[in-house]
Design a protein around this ligand. Sequence first.
Ligand SMILES: Cc1cc2nc3c(=O)[nH]c(=O)nc-3n(C[C@H](O)[C@H](O)[C@H](O)COP(=O)(O)OP(=O)(O)OC[C@H]3O[C@@H](n4cnc5c(N)ncnc54)[C@H](O)[C@@H]3O)c2cc1C
Length: 558
Amino acid sequence: MAAKAQNPDQFDYVVVGAGSAGCLVANRLSADPKNRVLLLEAGKADTYPWIHIPVGYLYCIGNPRTDWMYKTQPDKGLNGRSLLYPRGKALGGCSSINGMIYMRGQARDYDNWAQLTGEDAWSWESSLNDFKAHEDHYRLDDGADPVTGNNSRFSDMHGHGGEWRVESQRLRWDVLDSFADAAVQAGIDKTDDFNSGDNAGVGYFDVNQRSGWRWNTSKAFLRPAKSRPNLVVWTEAQVQKLTFEQGADGQQRCSGAVVSRAGETVTVAATGEVILSAGAVNSPQILQLSGIGPAGLLNSHGIDVVLDAPSVGENLQDHLQIRAVFKVKGTKTLNTLANSLFGKAKIGLEYMLKRSGPMSMSPSQLGAFTRSDPGRAHANLEYHVQPLSLEAFGEDLHDFPAMTVSVCNLNPTSRGNIRIGSPDFREPPLISPNYLDTDEDRKIAANSLWQVREIMAQPAMQAYEPEEFKPGVQYQSDDELARLAGDIASTIFHPTGTIKMGRPDDPSAVLDPHLRLKGITGLRVVDASVMPEITSGNTNAPTLMIAEKAAGWILSGE
Ligand SMILES: Cc1cc2nc3c(=O)[nH]c(=O)nc-3n(C[C@H](O)[C@H](O)[C@H](O)COP(=O)(O)OP(=O)(O)OC[C@H]3O[C@@H](n4cnc5c(N)ncnc54)[C@H](O)[C@@H]3O)c2cc1C
């Protein structure tokens, strides 16, 4: 263990970024009063009211109070469009603005990581312990497994009593119930647990909420640690770059960070480790600004090369949601409710009195996982079905009743990158997701739109007389649908993989299997950037699992 720090700007551990991973790591490291921990967050405290009201998601995205306000580079696969690329900027990071869906992915994702890294600890069996370690699952609130009694179907898979609350949603919609029935008619079984290692099926998502309020990582992991004198949290403290010194072993050692805080530039020192948890967009940006990245890129911006690491910022993977919109009749949707004064008042009242109704809703409530074609061995599509529609997030809801059937390819083969466009830390990095770059991804995009049509044509949906608004029934060939997917698709906010881990001898891996940066001592990356391949589902729960595992390794010096 590192020696106890004496200097006020000197700590055992400096954690950069108080997002999903950073809050958990700071909690675990500061649990031992001997460790002096500094947590640095560029955003403000999570005191903005819309963070906590679930539907406030719509007001946190595209709002500089809570969002970094990034945009992607124009993307060929999206027919030249750029996308708004929200990233949480506040205590809690993206967990303060995300859709709150609790989704681990599939067991095979983690078994694949174990193979790619040669480290068995990444296997599903071992990772399950780390998921459960911080979980507080509503189904286990009453002790015995509520559905199966002594049979432990849920209790084997879920934890209880941890910091990370998982609850069921507090409202249902007829049109979503009918979509679930239609999915069954189209051959997708119902499921009551997406988080048991195989998420195939259709059902309502479980969410990170407590009694109708958003549950972010700041509430879960920082509040309980707030009174610890050995944990210091600085908000509005943006790391400009990391600092290095020559270590005793002759290797470069990460010694701390240069921070912009309250108009001043301060340097903080870490005698133990610096943990970079600034997320899959900002962590590679910080490494590149610090001189760790592709030498050519760094040279072109006049940055001294500390370590030529060509893969830093590469391997960007994201889930692209293709948003098919259907007009519906004879049922309520959020469009009609939220567009009338009476509807708005009713929504507000329902939330005030019961903490339920549309204000308690996560944007995507119903989900389905299935295969894009029968030849596949496992589910490779995820549906997010919403009782609302809009042109793009940040814009008004349509003024006609409609639902959105959003579908994404869970295992894209296209790869993008994050590269600095300037040596100035205040400038946003260039984000190039490179969606739909491969023939396989375009083929799956077309297949998934055919499948959406098949589900919407099932008897269970016919009462609503669904009319395809986007992409539009006039498009009837694979080529047209793949191209149209580029017009109507958007990110589902899951950038990962930009500082990937791998086997120690894998030249494309920036990190070793325990997330230590190869070629530099005293520096670990712990966030969504480390995933060598994106998980088959939403990425917050996997990021917390990564943080739980990494914290154990940091504490044991492994
Ligand atoms: C709009 C949206 C909806 C989503 N919906 C879901 C969902 O429903 N379910 C799900 O599982 N996943 C969802 N995700 C994805 C999920 O939330 C992320 O994968 C996860 O939060 C990533 O965690 P992280 O720790 O890697 O990064 P983050 O949570 O982004 O944390 C990074 C932190 O570092 C800070 N930071 C960055 N740069 C600096 C710097 N230079 N100095 C100091 N601090 C810095 C940031 O402000 C931020 O607080 C969503 C994401 C978004 C944006």
